[in-house]
Design a protein around this ligand. Structure first.
Ligand code: AMP
Ligand code: MG
Length: 195
């Protein structure tokens, strides 16, 4: 496969519409995205990375309204965290909507969701018009990439497109918080602080 590199969010979004996978910049690290409702596109992420299929992916949204289509309940704990920290390096885990394929969540009935604040990520997600699922854009077992050149070193020839942007500022994955119960639980420390 010939991997296209571009600065154009709208061109990159066209690959998503065709069912392909695209690496894109966010404030945490570069992500590797697929349409959350396209099962075969999601499988391409696991193949390209060599990612174990029991490792769930995080959904990325450009608009709060998109939460309705991918979660079945927004708990009070999630509501508060979303108001305080979206957009930013925080992922909230919520019960998933039945229309989200189980391949995205590694068979779990819950889904992690985050809204990036990076301007290029926002433009790209908005141009896609659907939420994307996206892990970091590296081969499984390798460090998460903070530059598009590092993405190309790992994934050239394995993915359809790299959307080029500046180096990722945070350089750490998002903080993941389980919001399915009464009390939120931090599952993974990351780019957001505990406070
Ligand atoms: P990444 O590999 O950076 O894309 O982040 C994925 C990680 O987020 C997983 O390995 C889990 O630690 C966490 N995660 C994603 N979705 C869920 C979920 N539904 N429930 C619990 N943890 C999740
Ligand atoms: Mg990763």
């Amino acid at each position: 496969m010939n991997t296209k590199t571009t600065h154009s969010p709208s061109l990159a979004a066209r690959y998503i519409a065709y069912g392909e996978i695209v690496a894109f910049p966010t404030e945490t690290v570069y992500g590797l995205g697929a349409n959350i409702f396209n099962e075969s596109a999601i499988r391409k992420i696991f193949e390209a990375k060599g990612r174990p299929t029991d490792n769930p992916l995080i959904a990325h949204i450009s608009d709060i309204a998109q939460l309705r289509g991918i979660t079945s309940q927004i708990t009070p704990a999630a509501q508060k965290l979303i108001e305080a920290f979206f957009p930013g390096p925080l992922t909230v885990v919520l019960p998933k909507h039945p229309q989200v394929p189980l391949v995205a969540t590694a068979g779990l009935q819950t889904i992690g969701v985050r809204m990036p604040q990076h301007p290029v990520a926002k433009q790209f997600l908005a141009a896609c018009g659907v939420p994307l699922v996206a892990p970091s854009a590296n081969l499984s077992g390798r460090p998460s990439p903070t530059t598009w050149q590092a993405v190309r070193e790992d994934l050239n020839g394995r993915i359809a497109c790299i959307l080029k942007g500046d180096p990722a500022k945070v350089g750490l994955e998002s903080t993941v918080v389980d919001c399915t119960g009464k009390v939120p639980v931090v599952l993974r420390a990351g780019g957001g602080t505990l406070e």
